[in-house]
Design a protein around this ligand. Structure first.
Ligand SMILES: [Ca+2]
Length: 451
């Protein structure tokens, strides 16, 4: 597929950590997940630095790299196959991968340690094409009477031929079945569509309607970070909640600030106001020149109303770019929020990841060391370490974008640095923590990055 313009990365991360106490929504999900044999997972979609103003397909084949969580020894690599542009968006453990750039339509994969087991496109499932299927996805568990299900975003592109041709961004609920022979996608259950050019489906996540009553996700949330609010408030962004079974819209949150890109990242969090519904954290990173500073919205999962706004700390650029939930480790509980960019022309600022044990308190800061490294393009939280990806090297030489993932102790000390081996690999665009540390290197930067 063709890519246009200067793009930086985008990321999402959710950590599901084994043996957690039931303190967080993820903990509860994990509890149900273990009971129903759904794979405990951590998902991430990540980011990048500058690319040429125009380009073709990924210049380096995508791959998934696996490391153990104690000494970070490399366990193996799963290489992309043909037509897997941007292969490398991952579930850890039993691997699920996507290649949203494949054929322009996108492709989903089941992957095991010895390679790709099966793959599917939206056209294979329902006969209907999509654009960039697999940009993000979320687990929906086991709805009654079916196999397993996931929600998958196919947001299309901000502009360009697909958007101009009227290809509507879509979100699909996809069924899959597992057996001793492995997992296979079986059918498309439903789909909803959003406004053209809005990147509806950029982020998706399953959510329990009523926390913690369900072992499957009766509803899901979708973001559209480029959705306009009227004619004047362009690219304010929006977040939706839909009923899984019927596709009915439950609520919609519309940002009121032009250019803040609300929903660039988004995740489900625990029930913060005690109404029985898990809530939603939304990143609105704004712009690199800080004309629109970043912020977070904590939304009610019940009705989408704003429960709290967390403004960017001073000096944070693109605050809310990447969100990650903490682990069971007492020193790593809470929420991690990245602000990876460096203001243009500033030599004294670096990217950072902010750790909020509580949004009422001041965050702890994990700062990058140098400017222009995009420290925090992807973030994962493990049982003992915080994993932070960055892209280093010349801003204009795509070949230098190999990528680095650092394992940090809660003190901020770097325990290990893992580096991509090939230029243009974008190692760390996806960072996932499950039973192992899984790092995606899709060979391409994200489709859209805030300017
Ligand atoms: Ca709530």
């Amino acid at each position: 597929m063709a890519r246009r313009g200067l793009r930086y990365g985008g990321v999402l991360g959710l950590a599901y950590v084994a043996n957690v106490q039931i303190l967080t929504w993820e903990g509860v999900r994990m509890f149900f997940a273990s009971r129903t044999a759904v794979v405990p997972i951590l998902v991430a979609l990540a980011a990048a630095s500058s690319v040429p103003a125009s380009g073709g397909d990924a210049q380096v084949d995508g791959a998934l790299h696996r490391f153990d969580l104690e000494r970070f020894k490399r366990l193996g690599t799963i290489a992309a196959e043909e037509a897997t542009d941007e292969f490398g968006t991952i579930f850890a453990d039993r691997f699920f991968a996507s290649a949203p750039g494949a054929d322009g339509g996108g492709r989903l994969f089941f992957v095991s340690e010895d390679g790709v087991r099966s793959s599917v496109t939206a056209a294979d499932l329902s006969g209907h094409e999509t654009s960039r299927l697999g940009e993000d996805w979320g687990d929906l568990g086991h709805p009654p009477g079916t196999a397993s299900a996931m929600v998958v975003g196919a947001p299309g592109e901000p502009d360009g031929p697909a958007a101009r041709a009227g290809a509507a961004p879509a979100v699909l609920v996809v069924e899959y079945r597992s057996s001793a022979a492995g997992s296979r996608f079986s059918r498309e259950v439903s789909r909803v569509t959003g406004p053209s050019g809005s990147l509806f489906g950029w982020r998706v996540a399953g959510t329990d309607s009523q926390f913690p009553a369900a072992s499957f996700n009766a509803s899901y949330i979708v973001s559209a970070p480029l959705e306009n609010r009227g004619k004047k408030k362009r690219r304010a962004g929006a977040v939706y909640k839909f009923d899984t079974e019927t596709g009915r819209q439950v609520w919609k949150f519309k940002s009121n600030r032009a250019g803040e890109l609300a929903g660039y990242d988004m995740m489900i969090v625990r029930d913060t106001d005690g109404d029985g519904f898990s809530d939603v954290l939304v990143g609105a990173p704004g712009s690199q020149d800080l004309e629109v500073p970043g912020r977070l919205y904590l939304l009610s999962g019940r009705n989408g109303k704003v429960l709290r706004i967390v403004e960017a700390p001073e000096g944070a650029v693109l605050f809310g770019y990447e969100l990650a939930t903490g682990s069971a480790n007492a020193a790593l509980q809470g929420t991690f929020v990245s602000a990876p960019a460096t203001p243009k022309g500033r030599k004294d600022a670096v990217g950072a990841v902010y750790h909020y044990a509580d949004f009422g308190a001041e965050p702890t800061v994990f700062a990058g060391k140098k400017t222009n490294q995009w420290f925090g393009v992807s973030v994962g939280v493990g049982p003992t370490h915080l994993f932070v990806a960055s892209f280093e090297g010349s801003r204009n030489a795509n070949k230098d974008m190999r990528g680095t993932v650092r394992a940090l102790l809660p003190s901020g000390k770097i325990a290990k640095t893992l580096r991509g081996k090939k230029g243009g690999e974008y190692f760390g665009r996806a960072v996932a923590v499950g039973a192992v540390l899984a790092i995606g290197a899709p060979g391409a930067p994200p489709l859209f990055v805030p300017e």
